[in-house]
Ligand binder design. Structure first.
Ligand SMILES: Cc1cc2nc3c(=O)[nH]c(=O)nc-3n(C[C@H](O)[C@H](O)[C@H](O)COP(=O)(O)OP(=O)(O)OC[C@H]3O[C@@H](n4cnc5c(N)ncnc54)[C@H](O)[C@@H]3O)c2cc1C
Length: 291
């Protein structure tokens, strides 16, 4: 289908873009990769009067690690993550996540920040960010503010961003030694959204005890879910089989799936249990130096 008519602007600075957004309010939508927004426009599920295209703003396509923080700029595409040596060697969980998204054509355009800002509970990056921990930078008319991932996803397709704000950067604490993470997803066919998916990130102390655990769940609730009881059950423990099984069951208990064409709720809940166990084992393998 053909989208409804809209005005189009392509500002060349954050200040120009946020001024436009402040002036236009709810009539405007930011366009980045367009891989969620354009289909919505074509289906006429969204009909903004104005698109503010941020693709011409220079300096937003960086992936860096400095001062103990990984930063990902607003115009980093999924394919940039896949091609980054830094991501491949230090953040394999991000590579796992990206590779599962859609197909190479979509990944060449879709941005990681757009994946968070869109806040579809079926999107893959939100759960991974909840497992990794960190925050986003939101730039608006009044300057910048930081929003922790835990406060960012406020409802289905809804975030803590204000109408004049652009998500300009993702900030993830660099993993300490003996860390590992993994993202596992079950999809009906390649490129589909998740029936359910689980992200796990762990950091072990020198004696092998778990010092930090993050567990995020995709598409089993109205928002991505941070499985805090599962995380709490892992901390301070040696992650043997019993600990892994207990955390997997707690994550399943924390899921809030509903039945739909991807399967009944109870099937999805059990899927969360199975995927959490497997993701934890993979994360532990990576924490021990495995790939
Ligand atoms: C065929 C297909 C399959 C897909 N499969 C998957 C999948 O399996 N898993 C998955 O996670 N995703 C999937 N996607 C979605 C894809 O990853 C989207 O591109 C992504 O969710 C949005 O990123 P974008 O850069 O394309 O954003 P856009 O489509 O440009 O924007 C999406 C929304 O976010 C807002 N927005 C975008 N960037 C910003 C920003 N920097 N600051 C503030 N607001 C912003 C826009 O205003 C809009 O409301 C699929 C898409 C397609 C077309």
């Amino acid at each position: 289908m053909i989208p409804g008519a809209f005005e189009y602007s392509a500002p060349t600075s954050i200040a120009e873009a946020t001024a436009l957004l402040a002036r236009l309010g709810d009539d405007a939508k930011i366009l980045s990769g367009g891989q969620s927004l354009i289909p919505l426009l074509k289906l006429r599920l969204a009909a903004p009067k104005h698109l503010v295209d941020i693709n011409r703003i220079p300096g937003l396509a960086y992936i860096r690690e400095a001062n103990g923080v990984l930063t990902i700029g607003a115009l980093v595409r999924e394919s940039d993550l896949e091609e980054s040596d830094l991501i491949r060697t230090r953040y394999p969980i991000l590579l796992d996540t990206s590779r599962f998204i859609a197909d190479p054509l979509v990944r060449n355009l879709a941005t990681v920040c757009g994946n968070l800002a869109h806040a579809d509970p079926a999107n893959d990056h939100p759960a991974t960010m909840l497992a990794l921990g960190g925050e986003v930078v939101a730039a608006g008319q009044k300057g910048e503010r930081r929003i922790p991932f835990t406060a960012f996803f406020t409802g289905p397709f809804t975030t803590a961003l204000r109408a004049d704000e652009i998500l300009t950067e993702i900030r993830i604490p660099a993993p300490p030694p003996r860390s590992g993470g993994a993202y596992l997803k079950l999809e009906r066919k390649v490129g589909d959204f998740a029936t359910a998916a689980v992200a796990v990130q762990v950091a072990l102390g020198p004696t092998g005890v778990c010092e930090r655990a993050g567990v995020g769940l995709t598409n089993v609730g109205p928002t991505p879910i941070k499985a805090t009881r599962a995380e709490g059950s892992l901390q301070g423990k040696r992650l043997d089989d019993a600990a892994v099984k207990q955390a997997a069951q707690l994550a399943a208990d924390e899921a809030q799936p509903t039945s739909d064409y991807r399967g009944p709720a109870e099937y999805k809940r059990d899927l969360v249990r199975v995927l959490t166990g497997r993701a934890l084992r993979k994360a532990l393998e990576r924490a021990g130096g495995g790939r």
